[in-house]
Ligand binder design. Structure first.
Ligand code: DP6
Length: 320
């Protein structure tokens, strides 16, 4: 009745922004991501008939912020007539700050909950369930490069390229550790309902996905860099033009973009991407990781820098 799983966050190079079915959490667009190696969330789920309510501790302290969504995730995976659960979470990076903590949390919870309930589900089924809890979580069931496809009535993910088949480094520049002002679920709906750029964003995504997929299959860093930066800036333009606008960036975010532009000007293979938060992720060829880390560490307003390679799929670490 107890299982523990670990999942790594993933960052999208071609972004998921917008839903076509709120109830089933089906995305309006496909997305392509890389799973990170050195950031993780571990989730232990214990189903206990003796409990009268679900309980959650995060890094040793009671924390109810994510409990309603985690309880809904357990209902999906185990069934609504399930016993209550004791959920113990450990995470080695800031939560709710635009570092895909919900992706790793829901991927690990889905996997742990299925095993705690004695269910043996395929990775496709697990990804489908994780994606209903948080769209990006479906991708953390996979390692390396993964594509979440926008087709049919279920969330479907496929592996594009293993982490060792194209080893890239990711330098994460933390510019603010507090939780973001507005969650991505809510901000996406505001974009869908009010942004004049939203329909164009959805229409053009197929082209960006095709370009990125081709770049990954050819291991063409320049092509991937160009399309990933374009897609990221386009997603943020959709948000900025929403009413009310959603602006996740701060001044250090912009300064990091300038640092990346300077590195590119000096001939380094690096590009940036930014999600629903002010942190900047600089994806680079491994030989440039030290230079990228040094440049971002020296950028005014950067609190911390983490460097990681590409990671593995979510996995089970204990079943009792
Ligand atoms: C900007 O997966 O957090 O990181 O499905 O509502 O939980 P929900 O959204 P979520 O959105 C991620 C948005 C993004 C882009 C991406 O990861 O593709």
């Amino acid at each position: 009745m107890r299982a523990t799983a670990i999942a790594q966050p993933n960052i999208a190079l071609i972004k998921y922004w917008g839903k076509r079915d709120l109830e089933r959490n089906l995305p309006a667009v496909g997305s392509i991501s890389i799973t990170l190696r050195d950031l993780y969330t571990e989730m232990c789920v214990e189903l206990d008939e003796g409990l009268s309510a679900d309980r959650l501790t995060v890094n040793g302290a009671v924390d109810d912020a994510l409990l309603p969504r985690l309880s809904a995730c357990l209902d999906l995976v185990v069934g609504r007539s399930r016993p209550c659960a004791r959920i113990v979470s450990r995470c080695n990076f800031p939560i709710g700050a635009g570092l895909a903590s919900s992706a790793s949390a829901f991927a690990a919870t889905t996997l742990a909950a299925a095993h705690a309930a004695g269910k043996s589900l395929s990775i496709e089924a697990l990804a489908g369930l994780a994606g209903q809890s948080s769209g990006s979580a479906a991708r953390s069931l996979y390692g390396g490069f993964a594509e979440l496809e926008n087709r049919g009535d279920a969330i479907a993910v496929r592996a594009l390229c293993g982490r060792d088949e194209w080893p890239l480094s990711v330098v994460v520049a933390i510019t603010e550790t507090g939780p973001k002002a507005i969650g991505s679920t809510e901000a996406m709906e505001i974009s869908r309902k009010t942004s004049p750029f939203y329909s164009n964003w959805v229409e053009r995504q197929k082209d960006d996905l095709g370009t990125a997929r081709e770049a990954i299959l050819k291991r063409d860093f320049e092509q991937l860099a160009t399309i990933a930066e374009h897609n990221c800036l386009k997603m943020h333009s959709v948000m900025w033009a929403s009413r009310p606008p959603t602006v996740y960036w701060n001044s250090a975010t912009l300064r990091c973009l300038e640092s990346v532009r300077e590195l590119q000007g000096a001939g380094l293979g690096v590009f940036f991407t930014i999600d629903a938060g002010p942190q900047v992720k600089a994806v680079c060829l491994p030989e440039y990781a030290d230079d990228v880390r040094a440049a971002l560490s020296a950028t005014e307003g950067v609190d911390d820098v983490m460097v990681t390679g590409l990671g593995d799929a979510a996995r089970l670490t204990d079943v009792a």
